[in-house]
Design a protein around this ligand. Structure first.
Ligand code: GDP
Ligand code: ZN
Length: 302
């Protein structure tokens, strides 16, 4: 039977690896899909397929509407480069300890996800080293879904794996937090597989953030983008930043000035909640750093 629909796993030169019912096929762009330059096919895209040619290569005839699209800015403002589509969830992975968590980095990654309309959650690994789990409490209070777990002891691991089932997920985080250990526990050899594929794609002519998608035996897909943190915060206006922090969304409605930057303005409800401890001081500190970055970032027209 001819597969008529598939999910793009990777781009390899001018060809795509596409997952279809019962396996994987190779496909290229044909007809209208090929002419629509803006409609570039990315990892995670759901595509319609024409029948294969004699070499068994299928044609991509169209791209189904995307639920979301992760894009990366190209250097010197020459437009955006799409990275991956149709993500269900971004998991920011940190360790509870060893290496010590970097709140700045965690908050940056969470905000990038929010800014791209991707539901974000936090995975706190190595909970065996910090049973008190202060980080877990803190980020739950901020409004995030948090998965405390330990690859070493196995605690919480099944709950997290269950959340991956049937979904398209992206894992990101600093090195040393246990991402490879976690992937290998989910599926032996999985960490090696994602690393090998990204290397292969990355060695191409364009030194871009290449993404690949790996199907999970337990159901679902993992998107691997080596440069998620480089996707950046570029596409949001400084004024929108606070709304990328879930715990600030409600107080920011009560600030005296509608264009409050939550730095020094009088009557700022966000700062009030920082002062009373409702908003964690570290989260607010991250907000200020990211805001400064956005305010000083070169604009497209500069
Ligand atoms: P990655 O760089 O994020 O892929 O991290 P790795 O998977 O290579 O893990 C880094 C180190 O953390 C390794 O020495 C692992 O054995 C260790 N590690 C991973 N998970 C846990 C855990 O749950 N608890 C503890 N104590 N160590 C862990
Ligand atoms: Zn304010």
């Amino acid at each position: 039977m001819i597969p008529s629909e598939g999910r793009v796993l990777a781009r390899e030169g001018g060809q795509f690896r596409v997952a279809v019912a019962g396996g994987e096929v190779t496909a290229i762009l044909r007809g209208k899909a090929r002419r629509d330059a803006h409609d570039r096919v990315v990892v995670g895209d759901l595509v319609t397929l024409d029948e294969g040619d004699r070499q068994g290569i299928y044609g991509i005839s169209g791209v189904l509407p995307r639920r979301n699209l992760l894009e990366r800015r190209t250097p010197m403002g020459r437009g955006n480069r799409p990275v991956a589509a149709n993500l269900d969830r971004v998991y920011v992975v940190t360790a509870a300890a060893n290496p010590a968590p970097i709140p700045q980095l965690i908050d940056r990654l969470l905000a990038i996800a929010e800014a791209n309309d991707l539901p974000a959650a936090l995975v706190v690994n190595k909970i065996d080293l910090d049973p008190a789990g202060e980080l877990v409490t803190q980020y739950r209070a901020a409004g995030y879904e948090v998965y405390p777990l330990s690859v070493r002891s196995g605690l919480g691991v099944e709950t997290f794996f269950h959340a991956l089932r049937g979904r398209e997920s992206l894992l990101t985080g600093a090195s040393g937090v246990g991402k490879s250990s976690l992937l290998n526990r989910l599926q032996p050899g999985l960490a090696l597989r994602t690393a090998a594929i990204s290397e292969k794609v990355g060695r191409g002519k364009q030194t871009t953030v290449a993404a690949v998608m790996v199907p999970l035996e337990s159901g679902g897909w993992l998107v691997d983008t080596p440069g998620f943190s480089e996707v950046g915060l570029w596409d949001i206006a400084p004024r929108e930043l606070a709304s990328c922090f879930p715990e600030m969304r409600s107080p920011l409605e009560r600030c005296k000035f509608p264009d409050c930057s939550h730095r020094t303005e009088p009557g700022c409800a966000v700062r009030e909640e920082v002062a009373t401890g409702v908003i964690h001081a570290e989260r607010y500190a991250s907000y200020l750093v990211l805001l400064e970055e956005l305010l000083t970032a070169p604009k497209d027209w500069e």
